[in-house]
Design a protein. Structure first.
Length: 543
């Protein structure tokens, strides 16, 4: 006969952020948090404030120590969302070869093996299921690949575009000493790069040159003094002479646009050297360098999901994975998250399934359901005022079930929004619900270097009658309230993520926005937690 007592389980949260994932587990009443690992100080404060007595560690590496394992004792479930860009997204930035976040997925896997929980949950962006997300194989991966039979494929890391290729480039990048000799100080590169990246906007370019004139002249004198006769040294001298000529009104370098064309080879070479250094520093296993539409490093890679599932599936866990729509579980946003759930096979003899959301497109919660009841409450621009909070008026007669559930505090905290400049306000007024930056008249887009390449999430005015898109850092994206000509507040973004009003965010304004955007919606996490309980309670094996 089954016991009717409700058993509680322990969780450890890795890469916890503000704690949306573990908070959803707490909302079930079935879990206690033993420890969380998060290196952002503001997110730590938020986590500690909202998650009881859980210990919060700075570094996820602490989870891999024997002392921490002994202190934690038995852990029932490990949860976490390790950041992972995959190499294609790292390369998209052009000046990075390797995403440093990829190593964090490996630490998640190592922590699960070390702590040996009954179950684990790993969540990430929905694209993680795609083969786009790959690890470059490093020199330490060989044994793991062989033990678990992880598939690898031949890949290349682009290092230098064809138009900037020069004889001997492959020799430079293969030699760490040559890289160190020619690599600029990061501060010098950043100054020149901030000028170069504005080359297509004459107004901004001229302003940046004027702003950094003194520092640029110092850098230019150093570049001009390079007496080497190799290609890199020659290009540096050209760049240094061009910068000095421009500021000395030499008619040869009369335009800022021409100046940028002269410094471009040196900028591209520095990006090449920086990428090569990353490859060496991360001990990526390179079989050689080749000329394939430019200079590339020949390497091997493995899909992130193959790595995770091969190792953990080969270590006693029954696995399932898939993409969950937060809207299907009640969140008022179309947020898609990739989730891997693993349960020890003795607790899941028939395998593991994913939870199934009960809402459909016709019944999704809307933006208005989440924030309509606080529409007329003025925001503050001061974080300290937002942290102190506002007294909420009486519950309105018309409020959605979601709004009622989220309104669990008499005080409205974090109702702080970014200050609106006169230029931004004019844009806000011109954008209707559901539209964005691209709907503006061209005359209102002048502050952007390349307006046509601006993402559709920039200056997005939300629609009241449907879920929002994925909530990220809505301050950086400048999301607009559906009815008010102002930016969305931290609290409104938090409600779209289904954080109740009693959950208070700490830190600077931008940090609060970022913590909200990085989080897993607690309503989705709660559904995952309730689903996992049937395995932890041994319902499956008892059946």
């Amino acid at each position: 006969m089954k016991s009717t007592a409700v058993k509680k389980y322990s969780i450890v949260d890795l890469f916890a952020g503000a704690g949306g994932l573990s908070y959803g587990f707490l909302q079930t009443g079935r879990f206690d948090v033993k420890a969380a690992f998060e290196n952002n100080l503001n997110a730590q404060k938020t986590y500690k404030l909202n998650h009881g007595e859980a210990d919060v560690y700075d570094d996820v590496a602490d989870a891999l120590t024997e002392s921490t394992k002994q202190k934690l004792g038995k852990v029932d479930i490990v949860v976490g969302g390790p950041p992972c860009q995959g190499f294609s997204n790292a390369n998209r930035q052009k000046n990075h070869a390797v995403s440093q976040n990829n190593s964090l997925v490996k630490k998640f896997v190592q922590a699960v093996l070390h702590l040996n929980p009954t179950a684990f949950v790993m969540e990430n962006v929905s694209m993680l299921k795609s083969n786009i997300h790959q690890f470059y194989v490093d020199e330490s991966d060989g044994a793991v690949i062989a033990e678990f039979g992880i598939k690898t494929i031949a890949s290349t890391i682009p290092i230098l575009d064809e138009e900037h290729w020069f004889d001997g480039a492959d020799v430079f990048v293969s030699d760490p000493q040559s890289i160190a000799k020619h690599l600029w100080a990061e501060s010098d590169y950043l100054i020149l790069n901030v000028v170069f990246k504005n080359r297509r906007n004459e107004k901004k370019l001229t302003a940046r040159l004027r702003m950094h004139q003194q520092r640029l002249m110092e850098i230019a004198r150093g570049l001009s003094a390079n007496a080497g006769d190799d290609h890199i040294s020659v290009q540096e001298r050209h760049a240094g002479e061009a910068i000095q000529g421009y500021f000395n009104n030499d008619q040869t370098f009369a335009t800022a646009e021409y100046l940028c064309s002269i410094i471009e080879p040196s900028i591209m070479i520095q990006r090449m050297l920086s990428k090569a250094k990353e490859i060496h520093d991360n001990r990526i296993a390179v079989s050689g360098y080749a000329i394939e539409h430019g200079l590339v490093a020949k390497v091997r890679s493995m899909a992130v999901i193959d790595y995770v599932e091969a190792i953990l599936g080969g270590s006693g866990y029954a696995l399932t994975d898939g993409i969950l729509s937060a809207a299907s579980f009640g969140a008022p946003q179309k947020r898609m998250r990739f989730v891997v759930i693993g349960v020890k096979r003795e607790h899941a003899p028939s395998g593991v399934t994913l939870p199934i959301g009960q809402l459909t497109e016709e019944t999704y919660n809307s933006v208005k359901d989440a924030i309509g009841d606080i529409e007329d409450i003025e925001t503050t621009h001061e974080v300290t005022t937002g942290d102190a909070g506002f007294q909420l008026p009486d519950l309105p007669a018309q409020i959605s079930d979601l709004g009622r559930a989220l309104r669990d505090s008499p005080i409205l905290y974090n109702h702080v929004s970014t200050t609106t400049t006169p230029e931004a306000l004019e844009r806000f007024k011109a954008i209707p619900q559901g539209s964005n930056f691209h709907s503006l008249d061209p005359a209102m887009k002048t502050s952007y270097s390349e307006p046509t390449r601006t993402q559709n999430t920039i200056y997005l005015r939300l629609r009241y009658d449907e879920p929002s898109g994925t909530v990220i850092n809505v301050r950086k994206s400048m999301w607009i309230h559906p009815m008010k000509d102002r930016a969305l507040s931290v609290r409104e973004a938090a409600r779209l993520q289904t954080f109740p009003d009693s959950f208070v965010f700490c830190g600077t304004k931008d940090s609060q926005y970022q913590q909200v955007g990085n989080a897993v919606p607690p309503i989705l996490a709660k559904a995952i937690a309730e689903h996992i309980c049937r395995y932890l309670d041994d319902e499956e094996s008892n059946e």
